[in-house]
Design a protein around this ligand. Structure first.
Ligand SMILES: Nc1ncnc2c1ncn2[C@@H]1O[C@H](COP(=O)(O)OP(=O)(O)OP(=O)(O)O)[C@@H](O)[C@H]1O
Length: 263
C-alpha cells in the first residue's frame, strides 16, 4: 500500500486576467491503507489538487511524496513508477474507456502494463477484477456503449485496480450516476477497501457520500484545507464554520450533542 504526503502544494492556472490560484498551499496525508475524503464545493480546487498529485497539472510550489519519495513525471521511468503507485478514476467513465474495446480488452491491457500474463491467467484476472467491482463476468465481451453508466464506472474502477496501484484517487466518481446507483458504487468502494486494503483519496462535493467511505475527511474551500478530522469527529464536533454550514445542509448526518437532539 502506498502512503501519500502532500506539503504546501500550490497550483495556478492561466486565466484571462492573470493566473488563478486553484490550490493554495495545501498539505494533507493519506496513511497507508486508509481513505482520506476531500470534500468541497465546485471550484474549490479538488480536481486541480488530484491532477497535480499525478502530474497532470504543473505544480507551482510544494511537494508530493509517495512512500516517502518525490512523485516525479519528467522521464518515462518516472511516469511508469507513478502509474504503478497511483491510479485515478474520474467522474466520467467514458474518459477511461476506449469505445472500440470490449471490457475484457480494456482490463487485459491495464493488467499487462506492468506484468506478463499468459492466456489462462488473463481470463482469470478479468473474472477476478469484474468480481471485485460487483459485475457479472458475462459482461466481459461487451463494448462500453452496451453498458449502463453505473456499469461503465465499475469497469473504470476495475481498470484502475488492474494495474494494482497502492493508492487510488477517486475524483467525483459517483457524481454522474443516478442516486440509487451512487449508493451501490459507494458500497463497492467500501468492500474494495476492506478486501484490498487500498489507500484512497476520495474526492466529492457530497458530504454524506464522502463520509460513508472515509476514515478521515479534509474540507476544502477556495483552494485551502480549512479542517481535517477523523470522520466521526468531523460529524460530531466540526470546528470550522464552513464545515458546520456543509453539515447543516444535511441535518440527518450530524450527531447532535446531548440535549440538542429531537425530543
Ligand atoms: N485548466 C484550467 N485552466 C484555467 N483555470 C482552471 C483550470 N482548471 C481549473 N481551473 C480553475 O481553478 C479553480 C478550481 O477548479 P477545480 O476544477 O480544481 O475545482 P473543483 O473543486 O474540482 O470543482 P468541480 O467539483 O466543479 O470540478 C476554478 O476556479 C477553475 O475555474
Amino acid at each position: 500500500m502506498t502512503e501519500l504526503q502532500v506539503t504546501g502544494l500550490t497550483v495556478r492556472h492561466p486565466g484571462p486576467r492573470g493566473p488563478v490560484t486553484a490550490v493554495d498551499g495545501v498539505s494533507l496525508e493519506v496513511p497507508s491503507g486508509t481513505t482520506l475524503g476531500l470534500v468541497g464545493e465546485s471550484g474549490s480546487g479538488k480536481s486541480s489538487l488530484a491532477r497535480a498529485i499525478v502530474g497532470l497539472t504543473p505544480v507551482h510550489a510544494g511537494r508530493v511524496l509517495l512512500d516517502g519519495r518525490e512523485a516525479r513525471t519528467r522521464t518515462v521511468r518516472d511516469r511508469r513508477r507513478l502509474g504503478r503507485l497511483v491510479q485515478v478514476v474520474l467522474q466520467d467513465p467514458d474518459t477511461a474507456l476506449d469505445p472500440r474495446m470490449t471490457v475484457r480488452q480494456t482490463l487485459v491491457e491495464a493488467a499487462t502494463v506492468f506484468r506478463r500474463l499468459d492466456r489462462p491467467a488473463r481470463a482469470e484476472r478479468v473474472t477476478e477484477l469484474l468480481g471485485l467491482v460487483g459485475l457479472d463476468p458475462r459482461l466481459a465481451d461487451r463494448l462500453p456503449r452496451r453498458l449502463s453508466g453505473g456499469q461503465r464506472q465499475r469497469v473504470a474502477i476495475a481498470r484502475a485496480l488492474a494495474v494494482e496501484p497502492g493508492l487510488l484517487i477517486a475524483d467525483e466518481i459517483t457524481s454522474s450516476l443516478d442516486v440509487s446507483v451512487q449508493a451501490s458504487v459507494l458500497n463497492t468502494i467500501r468492500e474494495l477497501q476492506q478486501r484490498l486494503g487500498l489507500s484512497m483519496l476520495f474526492i466529492g462535493h457530497n458530504l454524506p457520500a464522502v463520509c460513508h467511505v472515509s476514515d478521515a475527511v479534509a474540507v476544502m474551500r477556495h483552494g485551502r484545507i480549512v479542517e481535517t478530522a477523523p470522520t466521526a469527529t468531523l460529524l460530531r464536533a466540526p470546528r470550522h464554520p464552513y464545515t458546520r454550514t456543509l453539515l447543516a445542509a444535511v441535518p440527518s448526518l450530524r450527531t447532535p450533542p446531548p440535549g440538542e437532539g429531537p425530543p
